[in-house]
Design a protein around this ligand. Structure first.
Ligand code: ADP
Length: 438
């Protein structure tokens, strides 16, 4: 109300002064005075507009001091400055909140992609860039289906059922298996979350293969035993010769299953990470002498078996596990070496490490098989392995035992000439590092 009365008073005063001037000096003079007054007013407004314009154009207008403005202009400038300060503060708060959000999503182990309402990329974090082979700055605005081209991805997107993730093999990044899941939010927008599930999928595949392999290994002896039992129950065991043969073959198959189950139990015990390695102080020379005797009785004189003990160093480790690993290497040498061949067991120090090796002059192994020999059930010659009573798990057990002892298995082989399997133990596992006194 005060503003209205103020304006009314000003209007009345101006009208009264104009009336008095008009009455005393005449109409022309009054018009001239009014025109001059209006001109001064226009100049006054223009000057303040120019000051305001210049101030607004300064880049950091919030930090530049407020320009002087007379009368109402001073109030306008002050109000404008206050508004700008508030706006600047809000902007800074928003920017720092955005920056915090960006840093948090960048630190996430999952890939995050923000998609707009027609599934174009708005933003993504570095993990998503790596997973999907995209570039956050170059690919912004691109439809996601242009960058993830698998048909099952397009179908998953169109189906609008995002309760379960989609597992895909990433073609751009070889061997990478991703789990992708859409999370709808806001107004038809979506987040695409990507997770690296390569290891998990590999474990699933290994488990599936393992179950299939074990079933396969058990099926053959079971079929044989089943067949003989059927024959025996049909002829009632009347033919003593057939019965004897059947029982002997069934015993063989039962032993085979027993060996398989024992090896499986050994593997599962070794894989149990809570199962700590025992630290026996093993007199390896003594153990190898025993192993050499056993090898001779297994070979039944078909091979020349020799033992070379170049060191008397003792080894810290699990006596039972190492014995079973070394015994596997020795029995393999016997099984894969033709009659009349040579087999040498050797314990020595090389480059400060303890090396146990079994050298044979057997059938040898083609180079392409060597990296896969320690996989469970991997055999170069399935028939020969079975004939000689192999389970296909021997070298897998050896590898596990050595890994538990921080040791490495080295395989050197030449087809037709022979193989050398060496177990390298770190110096820290040797207790007496002396060379044998000659
Ligand atoms: P298996 O019970 O079949 O012998 P292993 O795991 O002990 O299983 O060995 C895996 C495969 O490695 C064998 O099937 C065989 O083909 C090969 N192999 C192992 N030791 C020797 C060796 N000394 N000479 C030649 N081939 C070998």
């Amino acid at each position: 109300m005060s503003g209205f009365w103020g304006r009314l008073t000003t209007f009345i005063v101006i009208a009264a002064v104009t009336g008095i001037v008009w009455a005393t000096l005449g109409a022309v003079t009054t018009l001239i005075i009014c025109s001059v007054g209006l001109l001064l007013l226009v100049i006054h407004y223009r000057r303040h507009l120019i000051i305001l314009d210049r101030w607004l154009q300064t880049e950091e207008s919030t930090s530049v001091p407020l320009p002087d403005g007379s009368g109402k202009w001073g109030d306008v400038f002050a109000r404008l400055a206050r508004l700008m300060r508030e706006q600047h503060k809000n902007h800074q708060q928003l920017s720092s909140a955005l920056e915090r959000l960006r840093r948090a999503t960048s630190a996430m182990p999952e890939g995050v992609i923000i998609l707009d309402e027609i599934d174009r990329i708005e933003w993504c974090n570095p993990v998503a860039e790596k997973h999907l082979g995209i570039d956050a700055s170059l690919d912004a605005g691109q439809p996601i289906t242009h960058l993830v081209r698998q048909t099952q991805f397009a179908e998953y997107l169109d189906a609008h059922n995002y309760n379960e993730p989609l597992i895909i093999k990433q073609s751009r990044n070889q061997g990478l298996i991703l789990s992708l899941q859409f999370v709808p939010y806001g107004d038809k927008q979506k987040l695409l979350i990507s997770r690296d599930v390569t290891r998990l999928e590999r474990v699933h595949t290994m488990r599936r293969d393992f179950v299939a392999n074990v079933s396969h290994e058990l099926r053959t002896p079971l079929t044989v035993i089943g067949g003989f039992l059927e024959t025996l129950s049909e002829d009632g065991g009347s033919d003593a010769g057939t019965t004897k043969l059947a029982l002997s073959l069934m015993t063989d198959q039962t032993r085979r299953m027993q060996r398989l189950v024992e090896d499986l139990l050994t593997l599962s015990r070794l894989e149990d990470s809570e199962n700590l390695v025992r630290e026996d102080n093993i007199n390896l020379s003594e153990m190898l002498r025993e192993l050499s005797h056993e090898a001779k009785s297994l070979s039944t004189g078909r091979h020349r078996i020799s033992l070379k003990l170049d060191t008397e160093a003792k080894l810290l480790g699990s006596m039972d596990d190492l014995r079973s690993a070394f015994s596997n290497l020795v029995s393999n040498a016997i099984r894969y070496t033709a009659d009349g061949g040579n087999i040498t067991l050797n314990w020595q120090i090389r480059d400060g490490q303890g090396v146990f090796s079994v050298q044979d002059s057997g059938i040898g192994i083609e180079p392409e098989h060597i990296p896969r020999l320690t996989e469970r059930f991997y055999r170069v010659d399935r028939g020969r392995s079975r004939e000689t009573g192999g389970t296909g798990l021997g070298l897998a057990i050896v590898k596990h035992v050595l890994t538990c002892h921080q040791a490495k298995l080295e395989i050197v082989s030449e087809p037709g000439k022979g193989s050398c399997f060496s177990a390298w133990f770190p110096a820290a596992r040797l207790t007496t590092k002396t060379h044998k006194s000659k």
